[in-house]
Design a protein around this ligand. Structure first.
Ligand SMILES: *Cc1c(COP(=O)(O)O)cnc(C)c1O
Length: 326
């Protein structure tokens, strides 16, 4: 079990987040595309979290957390660690909530994401080679300067904020049979599970991670958080350990957890370009990659896939374009 202060959010917390976020974020579209259905052989509904102001869903959670900080906490500021999208989300929310913000990213970050963090006015510190190194550095920094450390997943308010995406999706498409959600720290998948269990009990929730960074997947299968090699090119999926809060929710509610490899993710990102006219970063394309990897499983069902983010680096875009049809 997660420690008591890491109790998962309730549906009431999710609806409270929805009310708080409404003036700050427009609902994102959920759309169908005949070309995508033809390419996959599945009836797909794409939830376009790539259209958030920060280009990824995480801003929902960060705003829900930062807007609830006490004036004292705001004055002390916040520190986050991230490969990029959590960083942008916290930086964006800190600007909205008028809190000082420090972000620790691994050295050699996705330049698109690092630039966005600076543009949002946060202090950017580059430390360590992986997400897990950045986490250690940020923890030490926050202990030193008294700022509030904002974890990428062990935060009930983040999960509650992220869950608003799934309320929107199920309002739009209440007849979904399956929902496929990409996983790094697990906030998105945990949020999807909590909403599905509350309002759509028959909805199957399937999580997906990269086989090059399988910590969340392996933690779920093992029944306890484990550490694993962490080499996925898809930064949003690249975590080396399972997080207690989200793992506890996934253990209780998740139906299945699959792995896809990074090349399959690139092919799915290429399909987003051609069939959906959408730039998806690797993590944002992973749910579609899982559908492409197992068409028999999804055939004849209405499948929600979360396009969780669109912040692809220039190098990533060049690589994905190599998969475009001639
Ligand atoms: C963070 C992220 C994920 C994974 O979400 P978690 O809540 O950490 O599991 C997926 N896609 C994108 C684009 C992300 O930024």
């Amino acid at each position: 079990m997660a420690p008591a202060d890491l109790a998962p959010p309730t549906m009431r917390d999710v609806l409270d987040a929805r009310r708080l976020l409404a003036p700050h974020l427009d609902p994102t579209p959920a759309r169908t595309y005949p070309a995508l259905d033809r390419a996959t052989g599945v009836r797909v509904v794409v939830k376009h979290e790539n259209l958030q102001p920060t280009g990824a869903f995480k801003v929902r959670g960060a705003l829900n957390l930062l807007l609830r900080l006490t004036p004292e906490d705001r004055a002390r500021g916040v520190t986050a660690f991230s490969t990029g999208n959590h960083a942008q989300a916290v930086a964006h929310a800190a600007r909205t909530a008028r809190a000082a913000c420090t972000v620790v990213m691994p050295t050699d970050p996705n330049p698109t994401k690092a630039a966005a963090v600076r543009d949002l006015g946060a202090r950017l510190v580059l430390a360590g080679t992986t997400f897990d190194d950045a986490r250690e550095h940020a923890t030490a920094l926050a202990a030193d300067d008294g700022s509030r450390l904002v974890s990428a997943a062990n935060e009930p308010l983040l999960v509650a904020g992220v869950a608003t995406a799934y309320v929107e999706l199920l309002e739009h498409a209440p007849d979904l049979d399956v929902l496929v959600v990409p996983v790094g720290g697990g906030s998105g998948a945990a949020a999807a599970c909590l909403v599905a269990r509350a309002v759509a009990p028959g909805l199957e929730v399937v999580a997906v991670q990269s086989s090059a960074s399988p910590a969340a997947h392996d933690s779920w299968r093992a029944g306890q958080p484990v550490s694993r090699p962490n080499t996925s090119r898809a930064e949003g999926l690249a975590t080396g350990t399972g997080f207690d809060l989200t793992q506890a929710v996934l253990r209780e509610h998740l139906d299945d957890f699959v792995l896809v490899d990074d090349d399959a993710i690139d092919r799915a990102a290429a399909l987003y370009l051609t069939a959906v006219r959408t730039v998806a970063e690797g993590a944002g394309a992973a749910a579609l990659a899982a559908v492409l990897a197992d068409p028999a499983r999804f055939a004849g069902r209405r499948v929600g896939v979360v396009c969780s983010g669109g912040n692809a680096s220039p190098a990533e875009l060049r690589r994905v374009c190599a998969h475009l049809p001639r």
